[in-house]
Design a protein around this ligand. Structure first.
Ligand SMILES: Cc1ncc(C[n+]2csc(CCOP(=O)(O)OP(=O)(O)O)c2C)c(N)n1
Length: 639
């Protein structure tokens, strides 16, 4: 479906084209850009509210700065649709996030305008500061470096580490704080309150306005502007603002807050800031979802488009289905956690900024004093959970598999070495789908199973998830308990059954067979069921075992399998290197078995975006891939 851009937007293929426009035309360009994002996302899906909120800022940045020579780094990158459309990707924007299409996030290999690959939050200031220091070293004195970071992303520790470092550097760095009071859910923490205070405090604003009025004239002072600005700062601004401003106290010159939807004012302020050297921060106030009323009203729902929708009314089109659908794993997690917490008063819920995404919000609503949204702070979430566990509580720390990578040292140092019984629920394990490589949860099996005092499990369906959660909250003698499960629907419609304990380290026999054994872990085990049926139709009866635990392995079951079968296929939606299949090979070697083992899983390369199924197919562990691997293994050996 061809979606036509407005007439100004149709001519923009980069920053140079925006500079050719009259200043007056920037408002129209912004409107056309906003409309184009709405038109395309309503049909093809993707992130939504954040990009609408930075339309004017995006136009102003490319108008004022010499991108791509000036380095523009977007934090997270889900708000960079306008940036992509203005920098040569307008006509392929309808392929956004689709298999083989453009990425939903800035990506260095996609465009010279994408200066840094992103997806995880809070990296922009570090990356831009690194670039700025490189420029200083290479004597590229005229290059500007701009990090655009949201108030949500600013809650991440690495952003503070970067500001702490930037404040003692002389580098040419502009941090733009895009403050819309939202993360995916409402932003949390003391910093949020502080930002609200400095945005609304009359005394602070009067002082700031006076200073700003004078500074705003700096660009008109001509060639001595920098000197005048520097003198002025020393005499008034740094003295007064340092008393009251957090950023100033870190030696970052603070400007703002200003209206992020006034494109004229934005361009004039940014032009002025170009003349002020050193690290500085501009506080911009925007509205998430700006210009699309449904998205402005329910900002969490419209963080990403909730499906295809009517671009005028915002009505979300329902997918027709007569048959009752299985629930999502995340919803089963959310309901089950509350159910368990109602009976076990030691249970606490912890999420780093993903209450809606993980469904922790179900418990949060019912038990606000026992659930914690700690901000985009995975490291803190893990150590905070460890602290709770030292006091005999049972923390359920839910972190997406990909974001847990951030907190690896905390898992080792604060949880495993101290043998604390923290429960880690790793959501979005395996392929994340359209979000792509920054979000795939490929490595958790490998990175968790090598740790002492760690149990690693994966449910094959909703009831298994419930039973694993039930088991994890029982009194245990130490040991962290990882439960990893994928994004999206399970397979059962009748999952609300009473829960029961599972013996830790016990797998399940799904089918006892001959000749060939298929060993699966987690949800991909459902392919095993289908493949078994197909092979049985071909007259072959394979064994199928849902191992449930990667650690500890069910050694009794494995002795049985290796004694019976000489051909074994392992299937996992995780990295082949170091994963579940590797664990089986280790068992085989340690016990001196000899079998032909084929490991199906994610190969040692970056897998791009697409649907989960497309990516599993690409990697050969969808139903067809497992069937083909089985047939191949059963081929008679040619002499
Ligand atoms: C390390 C990490 N944790 C969690 C996320 C999930 N996430 C994506 S966007 C987002 C909210 C970002 O809020 P903000 O920076 O204020 O941007 P906004 O969407 O409000 O424009 C979160 C939590 C992430 N991308 N990276």
């Amino acid at each position: 479906m061809l979606i036509k851009p407005g007439k100004l937007l149709a001519k923009i293929d980069g920053s140079g084209d925006i500079k050719k426009l009259d200043q007056k035309q920037l408002v129209q360009l912004s409107e056309e850009l906003r409309q184009y994002i709405i038109d395309v996302v309503s049909v093809y899906g993707g992130h939504f509210g954040a990009s609408l909120g930075v339309v004017e800022l995006t136009v102003a940045l490319h108008r004022v700065f010499e991108t791509p020579e000036d380095m523009l780094v977007w934090d997270v990158g889900h708000q960079a649709y306008g940036h992509k459309i203005l920098t040569g990707r307008r006509d392929v924007f309808h392929t956004n996030r689709l298999y083989k299409g453009i990425s939903g996030f800035p990506k260095r290999s996609e465009s010279k305008y994408d200066t840094f690959g992103v997806g995880h939050a809070s990296t922009s200031i570090s990356a831009a500061l690194g670039m700025a220091e490189a420029a200083r070293y290479k004597k590229e004195d005229n290059r500007h470096h701009i990090a655009v970071i949201g108030d949500g992303a600013l809650t991440g520790g690495i952003a503070f580490e970067a500001m702490n470092n930037a404040g003692v550097s002389n580098s040419n760095l502009l941090i733009i704080l895009n403050d819309n009071c939202m993360s995916i859910d409402p932003n949390v923490g003391a910093l949020r309150d502080y930002l609200t205070d400095i945005t609304t405090s009359p005394t602070y604003n009067k002082l700031k306005d006076e200073i700003w009025n004078i500074l705003g004239k700096v660009s008109k002072f001509g060639p001595n502007a920098q000197e005048i600005a520097a003198k002025f700062e020393h005499s008034v601004k740094s003295f007064l603002l340092k008393q009251s401003n957090f950023f100033e106290s870190l030696n970052l010159r603070y400007f703002g807050p200003i209206d992020g939807h006034d494109v004229d004012h934005l361009t004039s302020v940014l032009s002025d800031l170009k003349d002020i050297p050193g690290p500085k921060l501009l506080h911009v106030i925007t509205r998430k979802g700006k210009g699309f009323s449904e998205a402005e009203k329910d900002q969490t729902k419209w963080h990403a488009a909730p499906g295809k929708f009517d671009k005028i009314t915002g009505e979300v089109f329902k997918k027709d289905s007569d048959t009752p659908q299985p629930p999502k794993y995340q919803d089963v997690f959310g309901h089950t956690l509350l159910e368990l917490a109602e009976k076990n008063e030691k249970i606490m819920g912890i999420t780093p900024a993903m209450p809606s995404g993980s469904s922790m919000n179900i418990m949060m609503k019912a038990m606000p004093d026992r659930t914690f949204d700690v901000g985009i702070a995975e490291q803190h979430a893990v150590t905070f959970s460890a602290g709770l566990a030292t006091k005999g509580l049972v923390p359920f720390c839910n972190i997406y598999s990909t974001f847990m990578q951030r907190a690896y040292d905390q898992v080792i140092h604060d949880v495993c070495i101290q043998n604390l019984p923290v429960v880690f629920c790793l959501d979005r394990a395996g392929f994340a789908g359209a979000d792509g490589p920054t979000h795939h949860g490929c490595y958790d099996i490998a990175y968790m199973r090598c740790l002492p005092n760690m149990i690693v499990s994966a449910p094959m369906n909703e009831m298994e998830l419930r039973n694993l959660m039930y088991t994890a909250q029982l009194d245990r003698d130490g040991k962290a308990f990882t439960i990893r499960y994928p994004r999206g629907q399970g397979v059962m419609t009748d999952w609300r059954k009473p829960m029961e304990a599972i013996e830790i380290g016990k797998g399940r026999i799904i089918n006892e067979g001959e000749t060939l054994a298929i060993l699966t872990i987690g949800h991909v085990g459902n392919y095993g069921i289908e493949v078994t049926k197909r092979l049985q139709d071909d007259g072959i009866n394979p064994g199928h075992y849902d191992m449930r635990f990667v650690k500890p392995l069910d050694e009794d079951l494995l002795h049985h399998i290796f004694s019976k079968y000489s051909k074994i296929i392992t299937v996992e939606d995780g990295s082949r290197a170091g994963g579940f299949g590797s664990a089986i090979l280790e068992f085989m070697a340690e016990n001196s078995y000899h079998a032909h083992v084929k490991i199906l899983g994610i190969p040692d390369k970056v897998i791009e975006h697409g649907t989960q199924l497309e990516l599993q197919k690409e990697c050969g562990f969808d139903e067809e891939g497992i069937y083909e691997a089985s047939m191949k293994m059963l081929e008679p050996v040619r002499g």
